[in-house]
Design a protein around this ligand. Structure first.
Ligand code: IPE
Ligand code: IPE
Ligand code: MG
Length: 252
């Protein structure tokens, strides 16, 4: 048997709650922003490895709706880092044909972030094989409220005849739209919670928590998460698939 996992064992969509930047910096006597800076370097490395992998979607939790409650200088620095990241990574996204999506209340971001995100999203929209989805000003509860409001507006305007009756109809109103659900959600830095991230889309995601803070989460840790995923059995509420007996080959 080869050691290469089958396509089914490789998650098509990996989502990451990149946590622990601030504590990583604090433990080294550095300002929190240094942790964020290191965290961004890590993101670049991960994004560049996407092209050669069979992972289709990588979704990164970069800024939550709750993160506005942090000190203003930290919020400002995070927005600056985001702009720097997009400026630098733009060329790599084209080179590796990776599509950028923004999920969250993008319209509430500062103009310099919002406009750059919109530009890169538009110019990479044609790439089909891989996508980097940045959760920016994202929160699942805000997303549900926004989806509900959008449905109400469509009903009132006659764009929708009846309210969605199936999840397939409803999910199109989420920020993630047609994006497939995450198969694997990773959270770094030893916190075992989801912090309002992809709560509906991740209903059947496999969860992986590790102690490593995000600035130190390297390819070996990512491989460990993928290996853990490959060992799991996803049942989606069903029972385990029976092992069918192999029919004897017919004599020729
Ligand atoms: C994650 O690291 C990055 C963002 C939330 C933007 P944190 O900044 O939450 O780091 P800790 O959890 O305080 O260590
Ligand atoms: C979640 O991390 C948000 C991001 C990683 C962007 P937080 O650090 O904000 O979450 P809590 O506050 O520990 O739940
Ligand atoms: Mg944190």
């Amino acid at each position: 048997m080869s050691g290469v996992p089958s396509a089914e064992q490789v998650p098509a969509h990996v989502a990451i709650i990149m946590d622990g930047n601030g504590r990583w910096a604090g433990q080294r006597g550095l300002p929190r922003i240094e942790g964020h800076r290191r965290g961004v370097q890590n993101v670049r490395r991960l994004v560049e490895s996407l092209a050669g992998s069979s992972i289709r979607d990588l979704t990164l939790f970069a800024f939550s709706v709750e993160n506005w409650q942090r000190p203003p200088d930290e919020v400002e620095a995070l927005m600056d880092l985001l702009v720097q990241f997009l400026r630098r990574e733009r060329r790599q996204l084209h080179k590796h044909r990776i599509r950028l999506r923004g999920i969250g209340r993008i319209h509430e971001l500062p103009a310099r972030v919002r406009e750059l995100v919109a530009e890169v999203v538009a110019e990479t929209a044609g790439y089909r094989d891989h996508a980097l989805n940045l959760a920016l000003n994202y929160g699942s509860r805000a997303e549900v409220l926004d989806a509900t409001r959008a449905i109400a507006a469509d009903l009132a305007a006659g764009r929708l005849a009846v309210p969605p009756e199936t999840w397939e109809e409803y999910r199109r109103y989420l920020y993630t739209g047609e994006l497939a659900d995450p198969d694997l959600v990773i959270r770094t830095s030893g916190e075992w919670r989801l912090s309002n991230f992809l709560l509906l889309q991740g209903a059947y995601a496999e969860l992986y928590f590790c102690e490593v803070p995000w600035p130190e989460f390297g390819p070996e840790h990512f491989q460990a998460a993928l290996a853990s995923y490959a060992r799991r059995e996803r049942r989606f509420g069903r029972v385990r698939a029976p092992v069918l007996p192999v029919a004897p080959a017919e004599a020729v």
